[in-house]
Ligand binder design. Structure first.
Ligand SMILES: [Zn+2]
Length: 321
């Protein structure tokens, strides 16, 4: 190992083997040890700086994986966001207008998602922005989903009542003839029989005496018989939902007060009873006590057969809950 060292003994003039004292040996050993430790720590730090410890490497790979998963989740958030927006648009532009319901104010749909304090405990981390961003988005989507669900809770009963309403509101022509005599609601300067100015409250249909007169919507007969108002034999139906219809100048009445009818039931036969200049049907629609133009309440394009076919198709497609 170590080569022996010799020193000249100047007194005796001979070379003598040089030996280190124990103290000197220990001092040297200490220096070697200290240098070794310093070098070891230095190498360790450099290695750690360049490559990281195994635990850090594991944590880093976990973090990378979480960031990747978050990116995927952010894409899902976007998809959910779009779907919710589509549902809200359909509701505002289709469902609510169709069912005559007020829109939900967009300020309410977009209103606050919990304030800034809520996310304070997520601050101060290296990836706080990711955590806070994801939490805020989840909160926003939860709130919008809740509002949407509550909104559908409002719409569902209205929608299920809608079919019933469609069955009841006056919709078809009361007689199966195509050309009306009058032009809906109009003021008559001279009544054809009375010869005096008189507001005409309905729609007259030319129809040979004995033509079937149909209920234009489902309802209850509230009046059937002779009219004190000059309508001769008349029928009045209460359809509910604010609607009433009147059928005047009938030759024969088939129904009686209190009877329930559905759209298309024959109420009687047309005639010229009461104050009338000739065979025709006088037809009126009242909505919440106001007289409405009957011309707006039937589809001129449909015959009775086509109408019935349309209803049967609608019924066969409908799902009853
Ligand atoms: Zn009339």
């Amino acid at each position: 190992m170590f080569r022996k060292k010799y020193l000249l003994d100047r007194k005796e003039l001979v070379y003598k083997e040089y030996r280190l004292s124990l103290k000197q040996k220990l001092a040297r050993l200490s220096i070697v040890l200290v240098v070794s430790v310093i070098l070891a720590i230095g190498y360790g730090m450099v290695f750690k700086y360049l490559f990281g410890s195994p635990r850090e490497k594991k944590l880093q790979s976990e973090l990378d994986e979480i960031k990747y998963k978050y990116d995927l989740m952010a894409k899902d958030f976007e998809t959910i966001d779009l779907k919710l927006a589509t549902i809200a648009t359909a509701e505002d532009n289709v469902y609510r207008p169709v069912f005559d319901m007020e829109k939900i104010p967009s300020s309410f749909r977009q209103s606050g998602y919990g304030g800034t304090k809520k996310y304070a405990d997520l601050e101060g981390y290296e990836n706080s922005d990711i955590l806070i961003g994801a939490t805020k988005k989840v909160d926003e989507l939860l709130r919008r989903t809740y509002i949407q669900s509550r909104s559908f809770d409002d719409i569902i009963p209205v929608a299920s009542d809608w079919k019933n309403k469609l069955d009841h509101i006056p919709y078809i022509r009361p007689v199966n003839v195509n050309i009306p005599l009058g032009e809906g609601l109009k003021f008559r300067e001279k009544h054809p029989v009375l010869g005096t100015p008189r507001w005409h409250h309905g729609q007259d249909f030319t129809a040979p005496s004995g033509t079937d007169v149909f209920a234009t919507g489902a309802g209850v007969v509230t009046r059937a018989g002779w009219s004190p108002f000059g309508f001769g034999n008349m029928v009045e139906i209460d359809h509910g939902y604010g609607f009433k219809t009147i059928y005047g100048h009938l030759r024969t009445v088939y129904v009686s007060a209190g009877q329930e009818v559905v759209r298309g039931d024959t109420l009687g036969l047309s005639g010229s009873t009461g104050i009338s200049s000739g065979p025709h049907l006088h037809y009126e629609i009242h909505y919440n006590g106001m007289i409405k133009n009957p011309l707006y309440f039937f589809n001129d394009e449909l015959t009775m057969e086509e109408y019935n076919e349309m209803i049967s198709v609608l019924n066969s497609n409908s799902v009853d809950n």
